[in-house]
Design a protein around this ligand. Sequence first.
Ligand code: DHB
Length: 306
Amino acid sequence: MGLSKLSVNLAGLKLANPTMLASGILGYTAQTLQSVVDGGAGAVVTKSIGLKPRKGYANPTVVQTDCGLINAMGLPNPGISTYVNEIREAKSVLDVPLVVSIYGYSEGEYAMVAKKAVGAGADAVELNVSCPHVKETGSEIGQDPESLVKVIGKVKASIAEPVFVKLSPNVTSIADVADAAVKAGADAITAINTVRAIAIDSDTALPILGNRVGGLSGPATKPIAMRCIYDIYARVKVPIIGCGGVTNWRDAVEFMLAGASAVQIGTAIATEGPSVFRLVSTGIEEYLGRKGFRNVDEIVGLAHKT
Ligand code: DHB
């Protein structure tokens, strides 16, 4: 693996290729995670898990638009004490790094969940501090650098494994937030979470989602994610994991040129199937070959050259 053109070292995690499963899609069970690994993912991220179980919002929780999906699931999850069994099972069957996405209502909760997740075998945690619409759960943490710094500090003090911080695009300056996160100890930045959005039905004259407002993912978010990655790369030194609308190898290459060391794929699994990971990484490898690069590292941030 270490010899491949596609291998990356992501804040200490060794990936055979730079594609990762984004949080929220197929990330509940060891079996669904395995289907993504079979499709070629270099690492996987689980659905966000909290301290206590949550039922989530009433249906409908997902709506399809012309250019992507809007979802408001409401962070449904079984709670970490139950989910540790799934983490153990996933660790025993998967041969790629396992990242557990976590959320909390306070910095203490984040730290407790992180500790239990790594205790069960998580190779890293990704802090979901950016869910755009579950207000009472800390969705605002990522928009408030002061709370964000506290959460990251507490999690870093509780575990030795890498801490990824997934940021919201719904802020004035994502680079400022990334800078605060890195100063607080973030080992990598995942950019971006979904973009606040709404869909309204002209027949009923009402919002479609149970929660009314949700988060947009898919192709429409790609140029926004590109700009966020570009701005963050210009500001901080830790690796960036690009996320938002990646559907094919060219999207992934563009993310890397903007500054991403790895890319997450979520919504495209719904349109392309789990083999999208293999299609993307094969396409990246062919691009590297055509352009004469020896390793995928060499293209990270190239668009910043003057
Ligand atoms: C949910 C959480 C998110 O972080 C997001 O971007 C969209 C939806 C949720 O569980 O509702």
